[in-house]
Design a protein around this ligand. Structure first.
Ligand SMILES: Nc1nc2c(c(=O)[nH]1)N=C([C@H](O)[C@@H](O)COP(=O)(O)OP(=O)(O)OP(=O)(O)O)CN2
Length: 123
């Protein structure tokens, strides 16, 4: 992850818990399951800090709502594909300098608490 430089802000959306169709097994194809999403974004926040105005900030609510709609409105086979689609959605915001998305499938593996895939992108 790039170092946080002066003037940049790190937005972290933590443990966004959603339900969707994700997996390759018949049960996963027929039934929704929980996914946990953790998102890190770096953007230049000088104007947001100076103006204290949401119109000059990267609105994390807007991004989160778009993620919710995408996850709950689609079905996915691999975690890699779901994670990449969310990364692409976030990077679609021109002001995002770096983004990292981790998607967990809690209890997907019989003997593990969770399993996740993390992907990142920068501009
Ligand atoms: N870059 C920033 N983006 C946003 C900020 C902020 O400070 N910096 N602040 C907000 C809101 O204050 C947010 O914290 C709460 O918004 P809201 O209660 O509308 O979020 P919900 O997800 O609870 O919305 P519901 O419609 O009630 O589900 C937003 N962005």
């Amino acid at each position: 992850m790039p170092q946080l430089q002066p003037g940049m802000a790190r937005i972290r959306v933590k443990d966004l818990c959603l339900r969707t169709y994700i997996g390759i097994n018949e049960d996963e194809i027929l039934n929704k399951q929980d996914v946990l999403i953790n998102l890190t974004i770096l953007y230049a926040a000088q104007e947001a800090v100076r103006d204290n105005d949401i119109d000059h900030a990267l609105n994390y609510r807007t991004i989160t709502k778009a993620i919710i709609a995408h996850v709950e409105g689609n079905r996915f086979a691999l975690l890699e594909r779901l994670t990449q689609e969310l990364l692409d959605l976030v990077m679609g915001n021109e002001s995002v300098l770096y983004a990292e998305v981790e998607v967990d499938k809690p209890h997907a593996l019989r003997f593990a608490e969770s399993v996740s895939i993390t992907l990142a992108a920068s501009r």
